[in-house]
Ligand binder design. Structure first.
Ligand code: SF4
Length: 312
């Protein structure tokens, strides 16, 4: 079984070649309710370890076939930072990747391990998950292996964000009735205010989950986005955009909405009706609205606010 997959194209990260560090079976220190893989007991370490030589040989072959990619994404059927030779692997990828960026998708649980922490510092782009702020919700949604505490994860992410010089993304996945309460969002907000990152992606379930749980509507995600501090670089990631009901916005409402929360073109297409989109285009062409790029995503904000919005 090849350890490489793709290329796949993602609006957030571009053309990506994926490395699967657990291609034979799911090996994860979480057993998330929303996981798109089958349920499996959380484990502390990998039982089946793919040799580095296999991965590098597969990667070299794929890089010859697919030269036009943006990122090499280190991931797994499970948690990639559990791979015991991750540091050596990253060094070997760096030797053959040329101008292509490296990206890792992690659940953040191993970041308190100094070796993992230092390895992730060497990767060009890091995406860390943080689904909860309180111990009860964390245990409910992510179902971690014994000994993994949310307080340690939060402390590690905060420390990491203070020293990391690459692009750091956070991802929060919301599950209906589990981590979407005002109390939990308030608690997350207080933590996010202390973390320095380029973008915070909030999303929900859009593939069949491991357990019988439900995702949120786009409207519910949008309400949550508004609940966060407006200075936070929140980006709604949701395939449920398509099911949102478009509404009518006046010029003033468009500017007020963008003032509270910058919107991407997907958000605008989901939220604005045809007339409102025309108003939006007019405001854009008259310079009342400006485009800003935040880590590969174009957002729109009122031009008057361009200096007020935070970026890393
Ligand atoms: S961390 Fe990822 S792979 Fe592991 S259980 Fe959660 S969703 Fe699945």
């Amino acid at each position: 079984m090849s350890t490489i997959f793709g290329p796949v194209f993602s609006r957030r990260f571009g053309a990506s070649l994926g490395i699967d560090l657990s291609s034979s079976d799911k090996q994860c220190n979480f057993d998330c309710l929303y996981c798109e893989l089958a349920p499996a007991p959380a484990m502390a370490y990998q039982h089946t370890v793919t040799p580095i030589e296999t991965i590098i040989t597969d990667l070299k072959e794929s890089l010859i076939k697919h030269s036009n990619i943006d990122v090499i994404t280190i991931t797994a059927n499970g948690e990639p930072t559990m791979y015991p030779y991750l540091d050596t692997l990253v060094e070997q990828i760096d030797m053959i990747k040329g101008a292509v960026q490296t990206l890792i998708l992690s659940n953040s649980a191993c970041l308190s391990d100094p070796t993992v922490f230092n390895t992730l510092l060497k990767i060009d782009q890091v995406k860390l998950s943080l689904d909860a702020a309180t111990p009860e919700t964390f245990k409910k949604i992510d179902r971690p292996a014994e000994g993994i505490e949310i307080s340690t994860i939060i402390e590690s992410i905060t420390r990491f964000s203070n020293v990391y010089t690459g692009k750091l993304f956070l991802e929060i996945l919301f599950v209906k009735g589990v981590n979407d309460s005002d109390t939990e969002v308030d608690a997350l907000n207080r933590i996010l205010d202390k973390i320095h990152c380029n973008r915070i992606d909030i999303g929900t379930i859009d593939r069949p989950p491991a357990y019988a749980v439900q995702g949120l509507s786009f409207e519910a995600l949008y309400t949550i986005a508004h609940h966060f501090d407006p200075e936070l670089p929140i980006h709604i990631v949701s395939r449920t955009h398509a099911s949102a009901t478009p509404s009518m916005y006046s010029d003033h409402e468009i500017l007020t909405t963008l003032d509270k929360r910058p919107l991407s073109i997907d958000d605008i297409n989901a939220l604005f009706d045809t007339e409102s989109k025309t108003r939006f285009e007019n405001l854009l062409s008259h310079g009342k609205i400006t485009q800003i790029e935040r880590s590969n995503i174009i957002f729109f904000i009122p031009t008057a606010n361009i200096h007020r919005k935070r970026s890393k």
